[in-house]
Design a protein around this ligand. Sequence first.
Ligand SMILES: Nc1nc2c(ncn2[C@@H]2O[C@H](COP(=O)(O)OP(=O)(O)OP(=O)(O)O)[C@@H](O)[C@H]2O)c(=O)[nH]1
Ligand SMILES: [Zn+2]
Length: 207
Amino acid sequence: MDASIKSVFPAPLSSTALPRPTREEAEAAVRTLIAWAGDDPNREGLLETPSRVAKAYGELFAGYGQDAKEILSKTFREVGGYDDIVFVRDIPFYAHCEHHMVPFYGKAHIAYLPHDGVVGLSKLARLVEVFARRLQTQETMTAQIIDAINENLNPRGAAVMLEAEHMCMTMRGVRAHDVKTITHRFTGVFAEDRIEQDRFFVMINRR
Ligand SMILES: Nc1nc2c(ncn2[C@@H]2O[C@H](COP(=O)(O)OP(=O)(O)OP(=O)(O)O)[C@@H](O)[C@H]2O)c(=O)[nH]1
Ligand SMILES: [Zn+2]
């Protein structure tokens, strides 16, 4: 197996999942899908495609090999007593829907009210990647991001919103273009206090 693939593909998430196939088996599956699409996997332009797809999966689904806890483990307390909202807006993400395995992509907005220190801002964008680079639903991804923030940062409150376009609704199926799906979740102070919720929405719309 290619070392770069091995490093991002750990053991399966569930103990009932099938054992991870070999690289050769994954490439054979891609050849089968090419033939299922109606093309000839043996024509010159497609000969290396199974290998490229197997490699690309290592990047597109790298989230299975990443750990939110590790990413959020380093916090800073020396912030001059700052304890108000930390808001990171417009974090881009590319995920794959678990129903059709085609992309959905958009932006994540994350806010939290610090309690035990703050986390490096880049880590919030990395956290989004951990969950985006898996087979997902937008709802699950929203819940996983906020759960990871609560479990690891213990904030007074957290808010997460995802806005995304699902290619399974644009390229195929209903073929509805420019449709955005919005999911959000509030916990702690954000769940209890409408003023904090409004502040979150105002900051999102201040573009
Ligand atoms: N709730 C939710 N649904 C999603 C997400 N991504 C894709 N879907 C939907 O998953 C559903 C799967 O529906 P099915 O009826 O099982 O599959 P389908 O026949 O391919 O459905 P159509 O897309 O309507 O053609 C579709 O309605 C998709 O729009 C997501 O992130 N969250
Ligand atoms: Zn889909």
